[in-house]
Design a protein around this ligand. Structure first.
Ligand code: UT7
Length: 333
């Protein structure tokens, strides 16, 4: 493998203005603020505006990340959007984002590993960049989950939210950045967490995307079964990524987990022997934003000034499929 290392040089995120609190949900389904908060840690989530699409949120996050890196879209060699809620069946949302950002010619494509999309996307980008294909990649996780949940199913609709997070990645000779990734999938679990077509790829004119329109592409989940496997597999994968990167538990400064449920996050932190003060948790205010949740949670740490150069950050996610994985970064910004 080449001597190049893939560093995060810019980061940004975006949350739609509208929020939906647990109290608001009490008016939609048979639930309570205390049930949602106790079982998941969620208090509110952001909901995309009627005239916005996934690509619009991705563009907002990308602009901030590009500014943060001090570069423009013309400096980018490839654009990857991780999304479960593409604007259309095709073209890839990444090409729509490219056009909205005024970019041309460089490759742009989507990656789909549901809530693990950012972890998968970072692994793709890292491998391709270290192989010398690209110097600078814009990687975005963007999700309009509110458009695919069944607003009549209290078991799932209380869990999800919308948003986007983006990173600019740059291949450099200096050591650090992405130290490694491990990815897994086991499709024998596919029926435990899924959403059928039609999805938001259908024309906006043909489908009512409003919050009151149940069943557009309803997410279906056997929550407690997903929970059990998630805790087990995440416990395994954090051990695996540490061994893969030759890093000890006590060298991890920050855990930036996918934000599905505070109880799953706590279980993984416990497995790593980490105090919750060293864990980025945004699930309270964002809910589960699928593949946007890790870049959103990483950006929250960055904006709070908590990330120091040289610190080790462990990213991990578990998703429908099931698909799961982890990466370790040595922060170098
Ligand atoms: O991001 C991808 C990965 N996704 C996940 O990792 C999600 C994993 N699953 C979970 O986070 C949890 O399983 C949930 C939060 C979805 C559910 O929590 P739980 O403790 O596993 O509850 P449960 O599904 O076993 O349901 C317990 C009870 C049921 O009632 P009965 O049968 O005991 O009478 C449900 O009908 O809670 C009921 N319930 C609710 N009650 C009030 C389910 N949803 C609600 C609700 N409000 N929103």
């Amino acid at each position: 493998m080449s001597s190049m290392h893939v560093h995060v040089t810019g980061i940004g995120s975006y949350l739609p203005e509208r929020t939906l609190t647990n109290a608001d949900l009490e008016k939609i389904v048979d639930t309570t603020d205390s049930w949602i908060h106790e079982r998941t840690g969620i208090r509110e989530r952001h909901i995309i505006a009627e005239d916005q699409m996934t690509s619009d949120m991705a563009v907002e996050a990308a602009r901030i990340a590009l500014d943060d890196a001090g570069i423009g879209i013309d400096d980018i060699d490839a654009l990857i959007v991780s999304t479960t809620t593409p604007d259309m069946v095709f073209p890839a949302t990444a090409t729509i984002v490219q056009a909205k950002l005024g970019g041309k010619d460089f490759p742009a494509w989507d990656t789909q590993a549901v809530c693990s999309g950012f972890v998968y996307g970072l692994a793709h980008a890292d491998g391709m960049m270290r192989a010398g294909m690209f110097k600078r990649v814009l990687l975005i996780g963007a999700e309009a989950m509110s458009r695919i949940v069944n607003w009549k199913d209290r078991g799932t609709c209380v869990l999800f939210g919308d948003g986007a997070g983006a990173v600019v990645l740059e291949a450099r000779e200096e050591e650090g950045g992405v130290l490694g990734s491990v990815l897994h999938a086991d499709g024998s679990y596919r029926d435990l967490l899924k959403a059928h077509h039609p999805h938001p790829g259908a024309s906006p004119d043909a489908v009512d995307f409003s919050i009151d329109a149940a069943g557009v592409a309803a997410v279906e989940m056997k929550g407690n079964e997903v929970f059990r496997v998630a805790v087990t597999k995440l416990g395994e994968v954090v051990g695996e990524i540490l061994a893969h990167c030759h890093i000890d538990e006590d060298q991890i400064d920050w855990l930036v987990p996918h934000q599905a449920n505070i109880r799953i996050i706590q279980a993984t932190a416990k497995k790593l022997g980490m105090d919750m003060k060293r864990v980025s948790t945004t699930v309270r205010d964002h809910g589960n934003t699928s593949s946007a949740s890790i870049p959103l949670a990483l950006d929250a740490l960055y904006r709070e000034g908590k990330l120091q150069s040289g610190q080790h950050i462990l990213l991990e996610a578990f998703a429908g499929g099931f698909a799961w994985g982890a990466n370790i970064l040595r922060w170098s910004k």
